[in-house]
Design a protein around this ligand. Structure first.
Ligand SMILES: *Cc1c(COP(=O)(O)O)cnc(C)c1O
Ligand SMILES: [Zn+2]
Length: 424
């Protein structure tokens, strides 16, 4: 059962019924789901959660919809891995990776979409829709298929092949728009006013955003019911970042963990870093930008939750920084080489940010640090394909193999020598 009892304006705190609406009529502030935490505390325990299914639905009592109607392809309950090899390279002794690459459509977006799709079905919608930077489109198309709903997904036209194919396969109507995400989003807000569709990140946004809290719940449970000392999170709209923080707060409020002293650090790509720019300027007023980065899943120039993200950053003494596309590629390779995880560009952003924070001392060596890897690398092959060693191409003979191996060894020795000559 759900303990959600209203939608509440994040600005003026006026309350509204639990409808498919998302802005306050009085002040135009965004609406957020409010819960009866006293009743929730009575019903929820570590035990009741641990008896639940191995998906986000083990936290159904903390979500705004009825789990019996769940549109469920088993989002969530992803691995939390102790990252000793990466930690050693960065000088961090208690580093963990929350690996959301293993979700049904290979990104954390399955968490938000399973909640939004469930709520959409509860409201009686027949069509699921979204404005997407790629991963959301994949997840909406998949969950609509699972629920037998129609789906329309809207994307900017410059997305990676992998993200296009991973939507089209589900028999979705995929609309590719000559414009950036912010233009796609503006069109979808208009469409949501005209068509009776559940746009998961427009009219369903208050419910959708709650799905991200499950990352905090899982991390706390997997650490033995405690919040980490430090989280490093990639930011597009800033919603994921803010909701992870909210998730830890709720667990403390429900007495499922002791206090929360988590520092929340956020990372963006330099080619789209309006939140970082505002942070560095010491202002809460975020100036929209035109994105230009290989981290396309994070390319939101006008971040809806940026203002709230800045608040969490200040409150928790987190860092807020932007990394270059070259660092993103190095980050993807570093994670793959040390931990065997092939993340998409957003993961490269996060690892590059983590590296900077470890080097600057912002993360202390013994802090329990969780880095959130939010999407899988096969969707963004374009970003790294020219940066990797090509295969050894050989005839099916021992001689050919050993010759090729010898040539590569000579090549590598020459590379090292050339590098030494340059630095001498
Ligand atoms: C959408 C997305 C994010 C962050 O999204 P927010 O808009 O900040 O909630 C992070 N990583 C990946 C891979 C994404 O697709
Ligand atoms: Zn309001």
């Amino acid at each position: 059962m759900s303990f959600a009892n209203a939608l509440r304006c994040r600005e003026c705190k006026r309350e509204y019924p639990l409808d498919p609406i998302y802005v306050c009529d009085f002040c135009f502030g965004p609406l957020e789901v409010a819960y009866d935490y006293d009743a929730m505390r009575e019903a929820v325990s570590r035990d009741s959660i641990e008896r639940g299914p191995l998906s986000v639905w083990r936290y159904a009592d903390l979500l705004p919809c009825d789990a019996d109607l769940a549109v469920d392809i088993q989002a969530g309950y992803t691995p939390l891995l102790k990252a000793d090899r990466l930690g050693t390279e960065l000088g961090l002794r208690n580093l963990y990776i929350k690996n959301d690459c293993t979700n049904p459509t290979w990104s954390f977006k399955d968490r938000v979409v399973t909640v939004a799709a469930t709520k959409a079905r509860e409201f009686g919608f027949k069509t699921l829709a979204c404005a997407s930077t790629g991963n959301l489109a994949n997840s909406v198309a998949a969950h609509a298929a699972r629920a037998g709903l129609d789906s329309f997904v809207f994307i900017p036209s410059d997305l990676e092949q992998g993200k296009i194919v991973a939507s089209s396969i589900y028999d979705v109507t995929l609309v590719s728009i000559n414009g950036n995400y912010d233009e796609v989003n503006r069109l979808c807000s208009e469409l949501a006013g005209k068509y009776p569709w559940a746009f998961v990140n427009v009219n369903m946004r208050p419910y959708y955003a709650e799905g991200s809290k499950t990352l905090a719940y899982e991390v706390a449970e997997q650490l033995g019911w405690r919040a980490p000392d430090h989280c490093v999170v990639p930011m597009a709209s800033g919603s994921l970042y803010v909701k992870i923080w909210k998730g830890f707060q709720e667990l403390a409020k429900l007495h499922l963990i002791d206090g929360v002293q988590t520092k929340m650090s956020g990372v963006q790509a330099q080619g789209c870093s309006p939140i970082v720019t505002a942070w560095e300027a010491g202002t809460n007023a975020i100036r929209p930008v035109r994105p230009s980065t290989i981290a396309k899943s994070l390319a939101i120039g006008n971040p809806a939750d940026g203002y709230y993200a800045l608040g969490v950053m200040a409150e928790t003494c987190g860092a807020c920084l932007a990394v270059s596309d070259a660092e993103v590629i190095q980050g993807m390779k570093l994670l793959a080489r040390t931990e065997g995880i092939f993340a998409e560009t957003a993961g490269g952003v996060t690892i590059a940010g983590l590296k900077r924070m470890a080097e600057s001392g912002h993360i202390r060596p013994d802090e329990v640090t969780v880095v959130f890897i939010t999407g899988a690398g096969l969707k963004t092959v374009e970003a790294v394909i020219d940066e990797l060693e090509p295969p050894l191409t050989v005839e099916p003979t021992m001689a050919s193999f050993e010759e090729a191996l010898g040539e590569r060894a000579i090549g590598e020795r020459n590379d090292v020598a050339a590098q030494e000559a340059r630095s001498a």
